[in-house]
Design a protein around this ligand. Structure first.
Ligand SMILES: [Zn+2]
Length: 628
């Protein structure tokens, strides 16, 4: 529905015809702060969850040259940024993010380090704006990680400006937070260039500092990047590799071309190749990459790494392919299957959930050799090497799933981490049993959530993520969000859930959706006021606990003791020795219902009954069984 529906005169009519569509703050059933009411009453977003006719966002074209010296760990860059102001506002400042200042002595961080791990911050050697040279020391304020540059002349709406910079920093020596030198010849370069912060219709400039915990909130930009590294280093980065043919050994390049179209894994760089030390042409090489409409640019820089790749058809109608490739060392466990795993993941994402054809031309996974953990960026993942096969598969699944949230969907995970980590945790839910039939993703995620359950640290998801620290942050934005989405899927049923999720993605990909856009879109597609569900899971302090009891008239009753609504599964044993399982959707708790009489076979006498808690984060197991 379009904007006209907000008109007060037709509102009563709409409510008669479609009582569950919410067209103003008063009847959304959820708390919409006045700051956001103003936005939804304006023209950038609508009360039914769509981008409004006046929706806008800003963007940049980055043309960057970077040299990485693995001998000294020095990264030196220069280049230009054309910044497009599509907003209706005149900008007096421009906020640049200098992520590497995260390692600067004296700034606030979410955790502490030894002084020897730190440096003096990003060295800015040159800064010009619209060809006017500025003194980097006096051009603006350097806060912790932001550089707020005062523009010599303000930037009016619908105009652009050119920033030129030259900068350098040293890769941190021993620390690797989402990037860095993991081992000799194994480097992931992210958070490496001065990046214009997001200016949006909600907060204006995003001035959130990068203190460690917060992650992405980026514009959709174009990148033209040249990366110079010594011989035999391979670069895989965001976007299209433009000059691999000129740099790579001919045989290796031909294998790469073959792999793009192959349905089987091609070993592009083999142990034999590594022995011959003939990966690239001699001397320093400059790799060229180009990426359009992506929210970041990162690259892996590897030497003595194997490289496997496989083509994946991600759109069965057009036959469009994605290239799934992995970079790893021979002794990185499970990674000889990495390309095959990535292919399975990309297929599950494209055809199952979210069921949206994989949007990029490649997904490259770099193995950093550490025990676990991973990090995502557009078309690139940076992954540890878990012991178990299921661990590696799950890790790749999680990081590749991030392609949709926060990249295809420009989530502000600095405020709403659950809109991103929650989904990346949710999609691997339907874990292929052929990988490891003993792995249970629900249980593994439950143990992620469990540490905060029943504590004051189990925080409502709507608390902006940047204010939540430590295990409370991960427990809630991964664990609690996972079970919220699982319960939502049960509530709507698989088909309607997928329809609503697809609609949300269709409406907002390439844009910056807010939580309200998510809630309103699901209300709109489900044609139901779901606020009774949104409130306990997203807004309230709450926990999940089901209980079982026999009521006054001998009926079996499930009680919602904690207030998080979840699906119900009860196993019943009858006196005659037979058994039964009753499954009910989250919908039985509609509109705050707290008791549910379990439909049982009245012809039989119940011996005992038990709540099955495999797929819910039930807090107290002691009230889950009743003996008749
Ligand atoms: Zn994640």
């Amino acid at each position: 529905m379009g904007k006209i529906m907000c008109n007060k005169i037709i509102l009563p009519l709409i409510i008669i015809f479609f009582s569950t569509t919410y067209l103003s703050a008063q009847n959304t059933g959820i708390y919409v702060p006045p700051q956001f009411q103003k936005i939804y009453n304006g023209d950038t977003r609508t009360w039914d969850g769509k981008p409004g006719p006046g929706y806008w966002q800003n963007s940049s074209d980055y043309t960057l040259k970077v040299k990485l010296d693995p001998g000294t760990n020095l990264v030196s860059g220069e280049g230009s940024i054309i910044y497009y102001n599509n907003s209706p506002d005149t900008l007096g400042n421009i906020v640049l993010r200098l992520y590497q200042d995260f390692y600067k002595r004296g700034i606030a961080r979410d955790w502490g380090w030894r002084d020897t791990d730190l440096h003096n911050g990003t060295n800015i050697e040159k800064l010009t704006i619209n060809d006017q040279e500025l003194d980097p020391d006096t051009a603006g304020d350097r806060t912790y990680t932001n550089f707020i540059v005062k523009l010599p002349e303000s930037l009016p709406p619908k105009s652009d400006l050119k920033i030129e910079m030259k900068w350098s920093f040293t890769l941190p020596d021993t620390i690797t937070v989402r990037m860095g030198k993991y081992r000799e010849g194994g480097i992931m370069v992210s958070y490496w260039y001065p990046q214009v912060a997001v200016y949006d219709d909600v907060d204006g400039w995003d001035r959130t500092e990068y203190t460690g915990s917060v992650e992405f909130y980026n514009d959709f930009n174009n990148y033209d990047v040249e990366i110079t590294v010594p011989e035999n280093y391979l670069i895989r980065g965001t976007g299209e590799m433009l000059n691999g043919k000129e740099i790579l050994d001919e045989e290796i390049y031909n294998r790469y071309l073959l792999a793009l179209k192959s349905d089987e894994v091609v070993r592009i760089i083999t142990p034999d190749d590594l022995e011959k030390e003939n990966i690239t042409k001699e001397g320093w090489n400059t790799w060229k990459y180009k990426a359009k409409n992506v929210s970041d640019f990162t690259f892996a820089c590897v030497k003595d790494y194997l490289w496997d790749g496989i083509g994946v058809v991600v759109d069965s109608m057009t036959g469009r392919r994605t290239f799934a490739d992995v970079l790893y060392r021979k002794d990185d466990k499970n990674y000889n299957e990495g390309a095959e795993f990535s292919k399975m993941v990309v297929e599950l994402l494209s055809y199952h959930l979210p069921g949206v054809s994989f949007p990029y031309s490649h997904i490259t996974s770099f193995c950093n050799g550490r025990r676990g953990g991973g990090m995502e960026s557009p078309m690139m993942t940076d992954d540890g090497a878990p012991e178990r096969r299921s661990g590696t598969f799950e890790l790749l699944f999680h990081e590749i799933a991030h392609t949709y949230f926060p990249f295809y969907m420009g989530i502000n995970e600095r405020k709403y981490g659950w809109m991103d980590e929650g989904w990346a945790t949710f999609f691997p839910k339907d874990f292929p049993p052929q990988i490891d039939s003993s792995y249970n993703h629900y249980v593994s995620t439950y143990w992620r959530y469990r540490p905060v359950q029943g504590e004051e640290n189990d925080l409502p998801l709507m608390i902006p993520s940047r204010f939540i620290k430590g295990y409370s942050l991960t427990a809630t934005i991964y664990g609690r969000a996972f079970f919220a989405y699982v319960s939502l899927q049960s509530l709507l049923g698989d088909a309607l859930f997928k329809k609503a999720l697809s609609e949300f993605i269709n409406r907002w990909h390439g844009k910056h959706p807010l939580p309200y856009d998510f809630f309103f879109t699901f209300n709109d597609v489900a044609k139901e006021d779901l606020s009774w569900f949104w409130n306990p899971w997203f807004y309230d302090f709450s926990y999940c606990d089901l209980g079982l009891e026999k009521n006054d008239v001998g009926k079996l009753v499930v009680k919602l003791i904690g207030t998080q609504p979840v699906p119900v599964e009860v196993s019943i044993s009858y006196v005659d020795g037979t058994k039964d399982t009753v499954t009910e959707s989250t919908g039985i708790w509609r509109y705050g219902n707290r008791k549910f009489v379990v439909p049982v076979n009245d012809q039989k006498k119940i011996l005992s009954a038990k709540i099955i808690t495999d797929k819910i984060p039930d807090y107290d197991p002691s009230n889950n069984k009743v003996v008749f």
